[in-house]
Design a protein around this ligand. Structure first.
Ligand code: FE2
Ligand code: FE2
Length: 252
């Protein structure tokens, strides 16, 4: 039993749920509910972003008894019906964040999908062809979404929930040629202005488990394939803990 001195989050990304996943995720979700007070899903919830895949995932999630907070990933956009995927999951009680913030057991969670573009001095700049500027602008807009979500939170402890990586540290292990497609340093900027206790993301299936922002905040890559490969004997979620908000004594 958890005495709520802490809040436990089971975090995982890249479930890539497809129609063949029906009946296969319930056991995993049951284990996650048993271990944690809330579930964080870091995008690529479905494989091709089809309404049928979203329905399968919603059905699998029906046994979950704790709050579920999610962002979508690039795969959830593939069939151009991301809004329908979002609504289906919302119908199953999932809080799908796209530049919004929620509070769960007194912990603030700000979520956005994020986007690609590269890291540090190798970041793609907004220069030249219109298509390049549009690409860079997409990452900038996602960073704005994360910033506006973070700005809304007043909780003492906060988590940033992303699909794409905000730092290069957690994509290491992937081929260097594709780093630029795995995340963007533009997502790190808001994290320096609005500090959080931790960042969770997915997308880099072959990346590194953990890194830190320039401000020292821990960043966890919880892509399911990475967790399965690293911890083959454990259910594929990362259990993360934060102190619970102090209860205010009656009359205080
Ligand atoms: Fe993925
Ligand atoms: Fe992805």
């Amino acid at each position: 039993m958890n005495d709520r001195k802490e809040v436990r989050f089971a975090a995982v990304g890249d479930l890539h749920c497809n129609e063949a996943s029906a009946g296969t995720l319930r056991g995993f979700f049951a284990q996650a509910c048993e271990a944690a007070d809330a579930l964080l899903l870091c995008g690529d919830l479905t494989d091709y972003g089809t309404p049928k895949e979203a329905k399968v995932l919603a059905d699998e999630l029906s046994i979950v008894s704790v709050p579920v907070i999610a962002v979508l990933g690039n795969h959830d956009y593939e069939c151009n019906v991301a809004d329908e995927v979002r609504r289906t999951l919302q119908g199953a009680g999932v809080q799908v964040l796209d530049g919004e913030a929620v509070e769960v057991h007194g912990i603030g969670i700000a979520g956005a999908k994020g986007f690609a573009g590269g890291f540090g001095r190798a970041s793609l700049g907004s220069w030249g062809e219109g298509a390049i500027k549009q690409f860079v602008n997409e990452a900038v807009q996602e960073a704005f979404k994360l910033e506006s979500a973070l700005a809304k939170l007043r909780t003492p402890h906060r988590i940033a929930l992303l699909h794409y990586a905000p730092i290069a540290g957690t994509v290491q292990g992937e081929p260097p040629e594709i780093y630029a497609f795995l995340g963007s340093s533009r997502l790190e900027d808001p994290l320096l202005r609005y500090p959080v206790d931790m960042v969770v993301h997915g997308h880099a299936h072959r990346g590194a488990l953990q890194g830190r922002t320039m401000g020292g905040t821990p960043v966890y890559n919880v892509a399911k394939p990475l967790l399965q490969r690293t911890f083959p004997d454990q259910p594929p979620f990362r259990l993360l803990r934060l102190p619970a908000q102090a209860q205010i004594a009656p009359g205080a």
